[in-house]
Design a protein around this ligand. Sequence first.
Ligand SMILES: [Mn+2]
Length: 328
Amino acid sequence: MLEDYYQLDRSYYHRGIDDNLYTAKWGMLIQFLDLNDPSLQPFEGTNFALVGFKSDKGVYINNGRVGAVEGPGAIRAQLAKLPWHLGEQVKVYDVGDIDGPNRSLEQLQASLAKVVKRLRDLNLQPIVLGGGHGTAYGHYQGLQASLEPNQQLAVINFDAHFDLRPYDQTGPNSGTGFRQMFDESLQRQQVFPYLILGIQEHNNNLFLFDFVARSKAIQFLTGTDMYKMGYQEICQVIDQFLEGQEHVYLTIDMDCFSAANAPGVSAIQSLGVDPNLALLVLQHIAASGKLRGFDVVEVSPPHDIDNHTANLAATLIFYLTQVLAQVG
Ligand SMILES: [Mn+2]
């Protein structure tokens, strides 16, 4: 049995009886799945699996403002209202949540990793709904476990922050996940191919910039870089990064956007990447055919305004799944 794993309440989405694909909404066509069902066989074709990571413990430990524990529910509510554009063949399952208010961040991350591994084994593409950015370490572990030991997992992170802080004093939290991945890669004597898009200089200390400068496989573009460069030039950087990589994990921290577009995040931003530009770049990454899973994290409903942040998160999922369904 998978630990800390709970199937969704079937009444969660407004499931109408409209199965006309021209008028149906996501909430009508999303199907439920119990990953503990031992009779499940690998699925054919392109299938997506939503899973919620209901924890913002890492944000709390990192002294951030909590609330992202409610992110999965808020994103689902927005997803449910979107029109269905994925046709007849593609299926979207909602397999439920990783949840456990009394469990440690590490325990929940380990449980998420097992669920992600199970999804990959069943040929379901994971879409994890955060949760704080502690989501990333669990998601990464699960994808890594589904690869061969000699295969490398590259990471692209849309984020205002590097999240590369040392954790020897604090323990793991929402700001340390990528440092943990870095350290583990080092132990395996592998480099850690890590590209961060949307860094805000005023939100990262010089220690982190120095750490990145000394780490050959880590690259980044600041939000201002992206503004100056524009779509074509950013895609060149991404293509260079993806060259020689076969397996990519994509994580989107909603604080890569400014408060105007994403007010409901743990760490609110005055500057940020333009959502239209981010969307084009995300579609370009998805079109590489190398994504093994992606997540949208740090949606914090108690701080949101009119669900703008949850809606933007759902919108990104809408467009990303379209591209992923095309590349198969
Ligand atoms: Mn962040």
